[in-house]
Write a protein that binds this ligand. Structure first.
Ligand SMILES: NC(=O)c1ccc[n+]([C@@H]2O[C@H](COP(=O)([O-])OP(=O)(O)OC[C@H]3O[C@@H](n4cnc5c(N)ncnc54)[C@H](O)[C@@H]3O)[C@@H](O)[C@H]2O)c1
Ligand SMILES: CCCCC/C=C\C=C\[C@H](O)C/C=C\C/C=C\CCCC(=O)O
Length: 259
C-alpha cells in the first residue's frame, strides 16, 4: 500500500509494537491516530512524533478498545479530524491468564470490533475507498503455547483474518485483512508478564526463549509490519516473525479450493 497522504488508526500505540508500527506509518508520509488507555505515555509519544514528523501528522485518542462506545467514537473522531481512513492496525493486546475474560475481550472481541469498524469506514460498499487492516496476533496463535487463553485469542485473530481475507470479500469491499504473528519480542509486555500466568508456565516460556535464541527487538517486528504494507497481493495472510526471519504461514485456502 502506498501510504503517502493516507490516514491510519493504530490501537495500543502508546508504546511497544503499536508505537513502532505508528512510526513506520509516519515515516511513509501518512497521518496516524494513536489509541491507548495510557494517557500520559500516549501524549508523550504523540508529542515526540509531532516534533519529528510535524504538526497535525498524528493525534492521541484515549480509548479502551474493550469499550464499544469508546472504540466506535475513536473511529468516528479519526474520520472527522483527518477526513477518511485507509489503514487500521488492531494491535492492543494483553497477557492475562487469570483474568481470562479480560484477555478475550482485549485480544479478540475488540479485534473483531476493530475489523468490523474498519470494514464499515473503508469498505467501498459504504462509499469508502477500500483499504487495509493489519491485525497483531502472535506465533502463539499458530503453535502450542503455555498460556492457553492468550493462545486461543491469537488463534482466533488468525482465523478471523483468514476468513475476512477470503478473495470474494476483497472483491466486494476493497479492504484486505492480514495478520502479523511475532515471536517473543522485548517490550514491556515481557517485563510485565510476572503475575499474568502461573510461575510454571512463565518458566516454560523462559525456557522457550532460551532454546529459541533470545528475543526479537521492536524493529524486527516492524520489518514484518512493513512487508504487510508493501505486499499488495496478500489478503487473509499470516506473516510469522521469528529470529529466523519473515515467513508467510501456509493454509491460506482450504482443501476444497485445491485442484
Ligand atoms: N512482546 C511480545 O513478545 C509479543 C509477541 C507477539 C505478539 N505480541 C502482541 O503485540 C501487541 C502489542 O504488544 P507489545 O509487546 O507492544 O505490548 P506492550 O504492553 O508494550 O504494549 C501494549 C499497548 O497496548 C495498550 N493497551 C492494553 N490494553 C488496552 C486496551 N484495553 N485498550 C487500548 N490500549 C490497550 C497498553 O497500554 C500498551 O500501550 C499485543 O497484541 C501482543 O499480544 C507481543
Ligand atoms: C520470559 C517470559 C515471557 C513472557 C511472555 C508472555 C507472552 C508472550 C507472548 C508473545 O505473543 C510470544 C508468543 C509466543 C512465542 C511462541 C513460540 C516461539 C517459538 C517460535 C520461534 O520463535 O521460533
Amino acid at each position: 500500500m502506498q501510504l503517502a497522504g493516507k490516514i491510519a488508526l493504530v490501537t495500543g500505540a502508546a508504546r511497544g509494537l503499536g508505537k513502532g508500527c505508528a512510526e513506520a506509518i509516519l515515516e511513509r508520509g501518512a497521518k496516524v491516530a494513536l489509541l491507548d488507555t495510557d494517557d500520559s505515555e500516549g501524549q508523550e509519544t504523540v508529542a515526540a512524533f509531532t516534533l519529528k514528523y510535524g504538526a497535525d501528522t498524528c493525534t492521541f485518542i484515549l480509548c479502551d478498545v474493550t469499550d464499544k462506545d469508546q472504540l466506535e467514537g475513536a473511529f468516528q473522531q479519526v474520520v472527522d479530524r483527518f477526513g477518511g481512513l485507509d489503514l487500521v492496525v488492531n494491535n492492543a493486546g494483553i497477557l492475562s491468564e487469570f483474568d481470562w475474560e479480560k484477555c478475550i475481550n482485549v485480544n479478540l472481541i475488540s479485534v473483531v470490533r476493530g475489523c468490523r469498524l474498519g470494514l464499515h469506514y473503508m469498505g467501498k460498499q459504504n462509499g469508502g475507498n477500500g483499504g487495509l487492516i493489519i491485525n497483531m496476533a502472535s506465533v502463539a496463535g499458530i503453535y502450542a503455547f503455555p498460556a492457553p487463553v492468550y493462545a486461543t485469542t491469537k488463534a482466533g485473530v488468525v482465523g478471523l483474518t483468514r476468513s475476512l481475507g477470503m478473495d470474494h470479500k476483497f472483491g466486494k469491499d476493497g479492504v484486505r485483512v492480514n495478520v502479523l504473528c511475532p515471536s517473543f519480542t522485548m517490550t514491556n509486555f515481557i517485563t510485565d508478564a510476572k503475575g499474568k500466568a502461573s510461575e510454571e508456565d512463565l518458566q516454560q516460556m523462559q525456557d522457550m526463549v532460551e532454546k529459541g535464541g533470545g528475543f526479537l527487538q521492536i524493529p524486527d517486528v516492524v520489518k514484518g509490519f512493513v512487508k504487510l504494507l508493501d505486499d499488495d497481493d496478500k489478503n487473509g495472510a499470516a506473516l510469522e516473525v521469528t529470529l529466523q526471519g519473515l515467513k508467510y504461514h501456509g493454509c491460506e485456502s482450504g482443501p476444497w479450493e485445491h485442484e
